[in-house]
Design a protein around this ligand. Structure first.
Ligand SMILES: Cc1cc2nc3c(=O)[nH]c(=O)nc-3n(C[C@H](O)[C@H](O)[C@H](O)COP(=O)(O)OP(=O)(O)OC[C@H]3O[C@@H](n4cnc5c(N)ncnc54)[C@H](O)[C@@H]3O)c2cc1C
Length: 506
């Protein structure tokens, strides 16, 4: 492509890209030029999840530097090695370039707060464009675009440590073999266990159970436990972790600078602003899932938005990656929380895009591989969650986002068995623009809610992401062989039948 650009010049190069590579996978340069494509797809019953897809063309060194600068706190820089951090939730230079080994996902690197504000503005424009283009659109966002990733790493670690502490206490009550939701701890016994650990005598920990929600039933489950870290006001308090040895809550890091404190606040504010724009424009907001060292925080922030904005209808959608060993627990816990609190659960179910990177990182840094042992296990997880938890939950709306025909067929069969009609709008399907049209268009024409992830953005700024996607995903692109043979078949059918043009009957 570099050669073509140099030989033909920028203008001809852009034209050529629009006629081929870019034209196949990207809808257009801005929210106006994408309208015809969106309307055309809509006439076939296929909706859009707008996804502004610009990615910086950084070298590996530049990406690594940006990552290390934005993931290490001032306290860590001043006295390295003195914190209580786990290696999974720290940045490692050799994995600083998060673009490696990823299937079709854009990657953002932090530069400064002004850039995050710009990215938020871009997302707002995307939401407005989505509202303007159709009455039932989606917009996709990535949390890593909205703030310093250091906060996502640290908050993820806190959430995971709290969860681990709960499982540790559950094991003391002989409940280690149960699923996360089945672990219901007796409060009195819990206090005794904490006392044995030397925790109970401390006021700090005693006060955990005096809140309104806790302690009245005499039992505590993981959802009650998680709520212990909801009701705090000062944001750095969110980054407190229980220390079993001293019996006190202690900060993950010794200090936060005022600047870090305000960066965290600004990230939360940006998320909140986007959710408000989504509500105002009648657009649903899809929060993409990312790497496992960010994902607990991303998921938790999304859940907080769902609590706030999904009261009347599902506006905010979280993403669950079924390649994760913990996917089952993640989904069941969040579904149960939404049921208890009475809000609409919105979810996109995917297999997961970061497998190679996750595996390599876990192996090299030295922690447990978070991914299922094999593809079949991921499939079982996908089908099991899809069937048992999401389709059955009254207030759940789920997007089955996959290019796998068997999964789509499986979902349709389950919907049929459960007498779920397509027009109930409980189950949506999702594919990427330019891929698997043989799945999306028949679904749309049959009246099922189906959406394309629609990337858009200027040619030069989208090409880095697109070419990376092509280079790294030769296997992924193999799927297009089937599409090509289907297209030839259809072409032959039309030529023989004399029906060259096709008008949708939707
Ligand atoms: C509309 C849409 C939105 C998406 N949004 C996101 C998102 O927000 N976050 C995200 O992470 N991904 C996202 N993806 C990508 C998705 O996670 C998958 O990477 C991609 O769709 C391929 O999976 P599949 O189900 O389509 O196809 P399949 O070919 O059936 O599955 C391939 C996937 O299976 C899993 N897998 C493969 N081999 C193994 C193995 N040995 N062990 C365990 N698991 C294995 C991997 O996840 C792999 O990507 C999205 C995809 C679509 C279509």
């Amino acid at each position: 492509m570099e050669l073509t650009k140099n030989l033909l010049g920028q203008r001809v190069f852009e034209k050529l890209m629009k006629m081929t590579f870019y034209g196949q996978f990207v809808a257009g340069e801005d929210h106006n030029s994408i309208k015809p494509l969106i309307q055309k797809n809509q006439s076939f019953g296929v909706g859009a999840v707008l996804d502004y897809s610009v990615e910086e063309d950084l070298t590996q060194e530049e990406a690594e530097k940006k990552e290390m600068d934005s993931c290490v706190s001032e306290a860590e820089k001043e006295s390295p090695g003195t914190d209580h951090r786990e290696k999974k939730y720290k940045a490692h230079r050799q994995f600083g370039d998060r673009r490696g080994g990823v299937i079709s996902a854009r990657t953002y690197f932090y530069a400064d707060e002004a850039k995050c504000d710009n990215q938020m503005e871009t997302f707002i424009n995307c939401i407005k464009a989505s509202g303007g283009a159709s009455s039932d659109g989606f917009s996709a966002i990535k949390m890593t675009a909205l703030g310093r990733p250091q906060f996502l790493l640290q908050f993820s670690e806190v959430l995971v440590k709290w969860r681990q502490f709960f499982h540790f206490l559950a094991a003391q009550q002989g409940k280690s073999d149960m699923s996360a939701l089945e672990k219901i701890l007796e409060l009195e016994q819990l206090k005794e266990n904490l006392a044995q650990l030397g925790v109970g005598a401390k006021d700090d920990i005693e006060n955990w159970f005096t809140g309104e929600k806790l302690g009245s039933s005499g039992t505590i489950d993981l959802l009650d436990w998680n709520s212990l870290i909801t009701d705090t006001t000062k944001i750095s308090n969110l980054l407190m972790v229980p220390n079993v040895e001293t019996g006190q809550l202690e900060p993950l890091l010794s200090t936060f600078t005022a600047e870090e404190e305000s960066q965290m606040k600004r990230m939360l504010q940006r998320v909140d602003i986007l959710a408000k724009h989504a509500v105002e424009n009648g657009v649903r907001l899809m929060v993409d899932a990312e790497q496992t060292y960010f994902q607990p925080a991303i998921s938790r922030l999304t859940l907080e938005m769902q609590r706030k904005f999904n009261r009347e209808k599902p506006v905010i959608f979280n993403t669950y990656q079924c390649y994760l060993k913990e996917a089952y627990d993640n989904v069941t816990l969040d579904v149960e929380l939404s049921r208890r609190e009475g809000w609409y659960f919105g979810a996109k179910l995917v297999r997961g895009a970061y497998m190679y990177q996750e595996r390599a990182r876990a192996q090299e840094i030295g922690y447990e591989d978070p991914i299922n042992p094999d593809y079949e296990a991921t499939n079982r997880m996908y089908h099991n969650l899809n069937q048992s938890h999401l389709l059955c939950c009254l207030k759940a709306n789920v997007m089955v986002a996959t290019h796998n025909e068997d999964t789509v067929k499986f979902t349709l069969e389950k919907m049929n068995e459960m007498s779920l009609s397509p027009v109930e709008n409980k189950v949506y399907f999702g594919q990427l623009l330019g891929m698997c049209d043989q799945i999306s268009f028949p679904l749309g024409q049959a009246g099922f809610p189906v959406y394309k992830y629609v990337p858009y953005g200027p040619v030069n700024e989208v090409i880095p992401y697109l070419s990376r996607r092509a280079q790294e995903n030769r296997g992924f692109m193999k799927g297009s062989q089937r599409e090509r043979s289907l297209l030839w078949k259809e072409l032959r059918r039309r030529l023989v039948g004399g029906q060259v043009f096709y008008r949708p009957v939707y």
